[in-house]
Design a protein around this ligand. Structure first.
Ligand code: NPG
Length: 369
């Protein structure tokens, strides 16, 4: 494939409600969309970098800068642009997984649209629907939390994830368990908010039968997670620590995780995400698909990935209306607690150009040299 140009488009979309995590509160999303143009059609990708470098070192202005200045010149220099060739062509640039991922995703979308093949089929999906969980932010009070969880369960979500931080952990978990019972699939996510010194405190979550605790310790403290795993009964799941298939292999070998959250943006793209999936499968480590408040463009690809065989836990693959009043593709809707895996070419959904235009805050076009 030859690229003729790439459009870097920023859109601003308000969230339906504020989303508070241990690292901050999101009230809207400032999203970088990348559209690759070829003589035979186009492809779309969504960059998951946030406004601020608070989840990981990447942030959306930085991603746009590195894409424009360091990544696209390497892509334009490729003789033949293929999705499989993107990661090797960009390997000389260290890090910047989210920036690299959006380029690979858009190229893969263009490639598969031309072949008439879907993300799901290409990646190895084995399911037509994926189970949906929902991630519930930190709230002002336990009463508010119980209302929110109740309303998500009424909508049919199959699993609840509670964001936790010191001061908002044992009591909210206890309250949700007491109100909604032992059968509820329940897990927690700390986004690195604790240290190994909190092991005894975190062991107080043991009686609540959680599916997992996600990323309790800082991302580089993989050995700390291995030590924590010996001191608590709740299975430890890694998110921020895993930026590649190699990271996954090492964390598993160290005993640092029993479960892995896979976010394609965090690991540099869907092809590396599939490698993380495969390595985990080979080690009997279940995986699930994380989320970064994606629009339909990123969500479509995530849902396809979540249909691979070792995604055996419900993902943060919620319906469009959990995030946005109006999505920028046809919306993903819950069907008995599940989302349908798109089967059309590429990501299998159609970017709504009017909705995108209405949300656009800037457009930059980079022509092939
Ligand atoms: O459903 O897309 C979603 C959000 C899931 O909790 C969620 N994501 O740490 O996993 C996370 C968290 C997050 C959200 C991280 C926004 C970064 C930004």
């Amino acid at each position: 494939m030859k690229l003729t140009g790439v459009e870097l488009r920023r859109i601003a979309l308000p969230l339906v409600s504020p989303f508070r995590t241990s690292f901050g509160t999101q009230t809207s999303r400032d999203i970088l969309l990348l559209r690759v143009c070829t003589p035979d059609g186009e492809g779309w990708g969504e960059c998951v970098a946030l406004t601020d470098p608070t989840y990981s070192p990447e942030y959306v202005d930085g991603a746009q800068h590195v894409i424009r200045t360091h990544l696209l010149p390497r892509v334009f220099a490729m003789q033949d642009v293929t999705a499989a060739g993107i990661a090797p062509a960009l390997a000389a640039v260290k890090g910047h997984q989210m920036a690299k991922a959006v380029i690979e995703s858009a190229v893969l979308d263009a490639e598969l649209r031309q072949l008439g093949d879907s993300f799901g089929h290409h990646l190895g999906a084995v399911r037509d629907f994926v189970d949906s969980g929902v991630s519930v932010g930190i709230m002002g009070s336990v009463a508010e939390l119980l209302d929110d969880v109740g309303s998500y369960l009424d909508q049919g979500y199959l699993r609840i994830k509670l964001k936790i931080e010191p001061g908002w952990d044992i009591e909210p978990v206890r309250a949700v368990r007491e109100r909604f019972g032992d059968d509820l699939l329940l897990q927690v996510d700390a986004n690195t908010a604790y240290t190994l010194r909190d092991a005894t405190h975190l062991a107080r979550l043991d009686p609540f039968g959680l599916l997992l605790i996600e990323q309790p310790l800082p991302e580089h403290d993989v050995r700390g997670h291995a030590e924590l795993a010996k001191r608590i009964k709740t299975p430890v799941c890694l998110d921020e620590s895993i930026e590649s298939a190699q990271d996954a292999a090492e964390a598993i070998a160290l005993g640092a995780c029993a479960i892995v959250n896979i976010k394609p943006g965090r690991v540099g793209g869907y092809l590396e995400a599939r490698r993380v999936h495969d390595i985990c499968a080979a080690n009997d480590i279940p995986v699930w698909c994380g989320g970064m408040l994606e629009t339909g463009i990123g969500r479509a690809a995530n849902v396809a990935l979540a249909a691979l065989p070792n995604f055996t836990l419900p993902g943060d693959t919620s319906a469009s209306d959990r995030y946005y009043r109006e999505d920028i593709t046809e919306p993903f809707v819950l069907e008995k607690g599940r989302l349908r895996v798109p089967t059309g070419p590429g990501i299998g959904v159609t970017p709504n150009l009017d909705a995108i235009e209405a949300a656009t805050t800037s457009v930059e076009t980079v022509q092939a040299t």
